[in-house]
Design a protein around this ligand. Sequence first.
Ligand code: GTP
Ligand code: MG
Length: 535
Amino acid sequence: LSNQRSSLMNIMSGQCVFGQKKHLFFLPLSEKKKKNGPKSLRDLRAERQAQAERSVLVSCHPKTHENKFLKYLSRHGNVNKCFFYESFGTYAVVEFSNQDGVQSLLESAAMPSVSHESVVPLRSRLLSLRNVNTVDTDKQSAPSRRTCPLTVFLLTQLEQQIVSLTEAHSLTDENTRLRFLVCSLLNDIAAAYFPQSSIKPFGSSVNGFGKLGCDLDMILDLDGTSEGNANMPRSGMYMEYLVKRTSSERAVTQSVLSVIAGCLDQFGPGCVGVQKILNARCPLVRFAHQPSGFQCDLTASNRVAMRSTELLYLFGELDARVRPLVFTVRCWARAHGVTSPIPGAWITNFSLTIMVLFFLQRRNPPILPTLDRLKELAEPSEKCVLDGNDCTFTSDFHRISLETNTETLDQLLGDFFEFYSTFIFNRMSINLGRYGKEHKPELHPLYIQNPFETSLNISKNVNSSQLERFVTLCQESAWLLQSGSHLNTLLLPSHISVVRGRKKRKSQPASERIKGLLESLRIKNNSNNTEAGVT
Ligand code: GTP
Ligand code: MG
């Protein structure tokens, strides 16, 4: 337990502690993965979900004595895993080896007795550890949090820097467990209305491209409908549920989400700032889950987004260079304001990820196969049509053979910037489906085809000045990499002299801009050296 405690990370700020992760991998597929194949997202999700269902989340005193806590828990059952984190207080995630442990702990828990307030008597797996008479703490066991120093970005080779960046910011095992646990806790509330419901995470929490601090996207699956209706016989009598009917699936989604939102708002422990955004293309409920610190988006009947998550996960597992590259590009984009947490005319992380995957499909030889190829490789049992869209592709890693491409991550990062510096955005679209240049079917500045709803452009919100800014940043980043710059140079906005006004930019010749860049780098380096006492 103390090892687990010393590997504490600050989930909220994305800071992490050393000594946890193994060093990365540049082989296209590790030997183990080649032999067994990576786990499918479906299996991985089932495993995580089962862990979450036999777990509880406990608010604790910051100096809780770990061994005494563990001893107390073991009276209720075998503890598989226990770790602490901080988010508006100290919390422990406790996973029992089976449900009995959880039940026993819940049965022993008391309702708080308060004199001047009233409580909503909802018994959930979100608990608070109390101690009668004594404040039982242990000064020695306070977690030692060592945050990643910035110098990690000043290491030797660019490739190593990319790996360090990815390692420092990607979701940890603990953070992923907590995400599944939050889904499971919220599902306990939804299940009061819909006993068969299940809340599942999707998006970057599970697609492998998640960064510490990213939002938690969830889908409320009311009766396992996304898995298909298995009870329908071919002939003869059968039972059907007598159900209420409404005008459209959208109307059902809206009314269900509205009820769940009200429930979370009024009774949901730890759920604050609940907003119903029911008129969006994809209706959702947005709220903050305070004990975990996650910003949550809950949707329903968003099955295509689940499938996109599976596709992105598959691409991320196919080659070990995919994730670090996507990660670096996403960090670079965030550092320069190409992406933003506020909705607007910016490129989104989802679009940016598709742009990286598209680029990797166009290497020679390709690093990733096209979606059409993955569709051809699918078994009949993998056929999948959702809301009228063909979402078929194989998830079987053994069926996908990849060509040998030995390009290094630094080559790929430089070429990514080069590729989009010269991409003919006004005529071409970005499409994961097939090889061959695709002409744009409409006039939006950036056209990225939705992988499954193929008549939709996922980047139609992007305006021409945002696209132009992206292209300019790509040009300058490509140039910086060619001139041997470190990753930190690329990630610091002050090092890239993107002139925001278009007129000013056009009136300055490229040679002048490059001279300006060199000059600013020289000045920066000199000041860094002086600050560090290097003469
Ligand atoms: P971050 O939250 O920024 O880390 O990335 P994310 O991939 O989770 O993106 P986001 O939270 O914006 O969206 C969650 C998921 O919804 C994505 O992974 C996609 O599967 C899906 N999604 C997001 N934007 C779009 C879009 O414009 N069109 C479609 N069809 N799906 C989208
Ligand atoms: Mg997200």
